[in-house]
Design a protein. Structure first.
Length: 721
């Protein structure tokens, strides 16, 4: 009997122990984003005043705590419903809340302050008349504003989170915001365009709380004991100073007052941009480039009275164009980074960017930890790529880079990658266009988006952009542009009466654009091949010349040109040569993209044609040359009359093949921004995400053209024979 009782107790012991362990774990909930009290840092770890204080209290009292960060409203409800034991979330101690919560001694006396952008200072409440003030819902700041709004004649707009509120102020949707003073001060120290020009209002103090009448009221007593100890030994003050003391590491923020104008130096400025980065820049259903960036730069140019010419070669090509002097400035949803500041001068920010993870709707990925051993796609050179690289070792994923968004989203849809990371408005725009994606993780701030020029060049362009941006914000036009493309996740500019989900709809709506791209492709192929034949024949003749020097020249030409990939050759001609000339002369000498593409294709094809010519000549029996020379006929005449006619018949099929290759190679030079047929298709895909159907259309286009030209060449070949 004793053995049975002992066995029974042994079975119950682990269960009983688990129950005790579970009871000893204190579940504490907090806000999601309320810096400097609690916020998720770039290492994806929650930090801040509240986090440090509760960890210190737990250390002193021996608590085993489990922290979660559902947001303030959800945290309050969690404690009330018994899903959490306590709340530590910068919660103001009020009479109303003490009816529901048992609250600790206060650990921070807070003030709320009015904040504005630096360019639009407000120094007294009377200046708020007729304006809109933003505030977070359920806060002491909201209660204070409600008590004075009738007196001072302003309206209130509430927000669920601080980042939404701050973004609305930056965008001009509200004229001022009210928040806790340390929160505003922390944002200023992090480089936010905010200014405090009024004294704060004492509205209360923060405290730790549990549900009134619950079994966890003893936690408040223990919290008070630990807090008293922290106040005595100075550790509380150290924590607060750690997160609220001013810092000198924040980047300086410059602002521009509205109503100013600068004087253009050039008669026209060339502005480069991306070709497919919706909703910042993309082609609409009328085949016109549109988007936030396009509307913004046009409005600023009009406001400041300077003329612009916009080119859309793609992001990488746009950056290279500015560096090579082929463009004066770039506006392409470009994030400001320290690395880029070494090469570019930036304007004031016109958009605060968040990066966000996107996965297929059927994906089970719900956190960064779920990305372990998976592949995440990202566009090359973006702030999203920087974020992924910095956190790669921590989460154990692989990174695959793409040159454009369309290819990246196609790879996600086909399963070659498991997730993508992109700017939040871009990814959500793709979802609004029918992409079967979801965003399981909240977006992470990655920096500011700005206009840029080559470092040390066109300073007046930066000045005019800043002046125009300030004027547009003051007039409300800036907010109208944002609302046009971001409101409700859709863009007014993308509406079309034609259904582009079918091949017929794609052709009907884009045939003019496709024909234009086809025309450039044919012109590029025919012109470059004609030039290549001339150059190739010359170097081919050199290669069989009796003079060694000519043979060496031909060999060097063929080896060098064939040894360089066509894409690199095109990039070197388009960007490298102008940079080299500028380094020698100090003068910018940009090369037209069509000209650069023609040169690259001509040289590339010429190297292969030279080998075709050499092989054709050497295929003619050597005895014919010897017999002709023995009869006293000159070398040149022998070549013209005897060798070349025979060699031409042998070379012609290879010429036809080389022309087909040259036509296909035109797709490669799209890397320098030349909008030929393939690049045209990619631009259309970036707007409507119909990649399979559009690539099928492009394949048919190339098949038909190449087949027709091949048949034509074969007929010519038969006539020669």
């Amino acid at each position: 009997m004793k053995k049975k009782i002992l066995a029974f107790l042994l079975i119950l012991f682990p269960i009983f122990s688990l129950g005790i362990a579970k009871a000893d774990t204190v579940k504490i909930v907090s806000d999601t984003a309320y810096a400097p009290f609690e916020f998720k840092d770039s290492d994806q770890t929650y930090k801040g005043i509240d986090v440090d204080i509760i960890n210190k209290v737990a250390e002193i009292k021996g608590w085993n705590i489990q922290m979660s960060y559902p947001g303030f409203d959800a945290a309050v409800n969690a404690v009330q419903s018994g899903q959490a034991d306590a709340i530590m979330a910068g919660m103001t101690k009020t009479t109303e809340r003490e009816k529901v919560f048992t609250m600790s001694d206060t650990y921070y006396d807070t003030k709320v302050v009015i904040a504005t952008t630096k360019a639009n200072k407000i120094t007294k409440y009377e200046e708020l008349s007729g304006k809109t003030v933003g505030v977070k819902n359920g806060t002491a700041a909201q209660r204070f504003l409600e008590s004075i709004k009738d007196k001072y004649g302003f309206s209130i707009k509430t927000f669920d989170t601080g980042d939404l509120m701050n973004n609305s102020l930056s965008a001009g949707a509200v004229n001022a915001i009210m928040d806790d003073k340390p929160v505003i001060e922390y944002a200023i120290n992090q480089g936010q365009d905010l200014s405090i020009n009024m004294d704060g209002e004492a509205v209360g103090s923060f405290a730790f709380g549990v549900k009134k009448g619950s079994k966890y009221e003893h936690l408040v007593t223990e919290f008070n004991e630990a807090l008293a100890q922290m106040k005595k030994d100075g550790s509380l003050e150290q924590i607060i100073q750690k997160w609220t003391a001013s810092t000198t590491t924040a980047p300086p923020t410059t602002t521009t007052a509205a109503g100013q104008k600068a004087t253009p130096v050039k008669s026209k400025y060339i502005i480069a941009s991306d070709s497919s980065f919706a909703p910042f820049v993309f082609q609409n259903s009328s085949n016109q480039y549109t988007g936030i960036d396009m509307d913004l730069i046009k409005a600023i140019a009009k406001d400041q009275g300077f003329e612009i010419e916009i080119t859309n070669p793609g992001f990488d090509a746009a950056i290279s164009a500015v560096q090579a002097g082929q463009a004066d400035g770039i506006i392409a949803g470009m994030s400001v980074t320290d690395a880029r500041k070494e090469t570019f001068d930036f304007s004031e920010s016109y958009y605060t960017a968040n990066t966000i993870l996107g996965v297929k709707e059927s994906s089970t990925i719900a956190s960064y930890e779920d990305l372990k051993d998976k592949t995440v796609g990202v566009k090359n050179g973006t702030a999203s790529q920087t974020f992924l690289t910095e956190n790669q070792n921590k989460y154990g994923y692989k990174i695959k880079t793409f040159a454009d968004g369309a290819s990246m989203y196609d790879s996600l849809n086909t399963g070659s990658i498991d997730a993508v990371m992109d700017d939040e408005p871009v990814l959500k725009y793709s979802i609004s266009q029918g992409q079967k994606l979801k965003t399981p993780i909240a977006g992470t701030p990655i920096g500011e988006t700005a206009f840029a020029v080559k470092k040390g060049s066109n300073p007046e362009l930066i000045e005019m952009f800043n002046n125009g941006l300030a004027n547009l914000k003051a007039s409300g036009e800036y907010q109208q542009i944002l609302d046009k493309y971001l409101a409700n996740g859709t863009s007014q500019a993308t509406t079309s009466t034609v259904d582009e989900t079918t091949i017929w709809g794609l052709l009907q709506n884009n045939y003019k654009q496709l024909l234009s791209g086809l025309g450039i492709t044919l012109a590029l192929a025919l012109l470059s091949f004609a030039i290549a034949i001339v150059i190739g024949i010359i170097f081919g003749m050199f290669s069989v010349s009796p003079y060694k020097s000519l043979r060496v020249i031909s060999e060097i030409f063929v080896d060098v040109v064939r040894g360089i990939p066509l894409m690199i050759l095109a990039a070197f001609i388009f960007w490298g040569i102008p940079n080299f000339i500028e380094s020698l002369t100090g003068q910018q000498s940009p090369i037209n993209d069509f000209v650069a593409g023609t040169i690259a294709l001509s040289l590339n094809a010429a190297a292969y044609i030279a080998e075709i010519v050499r092989g054709g000549i050497q295929a003619v029996p050597v005895g014919q040359m010897e017999a002709s020379r023995s009869l006293g006929i000159s070398y040149s005449k022998t070549m013209r009359k005897i060798i070349l006619p025979q060699a031409t018949k042998l070379m012609l099929p290879n010429f036809v093949n080389q022309f087909v290759i040259a036509l296909k190679d035109t797709t490669i030079v799209s890397a320098i921004g030349l909008v030929e047929l393939f690049q045209t298709g990619k631009i259309i895909i970036a707007r409507n995400y119909q990649s399979f159907k559009m690539y099928a259309i492009l394949a048919v286009f190339y098949l038909v053209i190449i087949t027709l030209l091949t048949r034509l060449a074969k007929r010519l070949e038969k006539r020669i024979h």
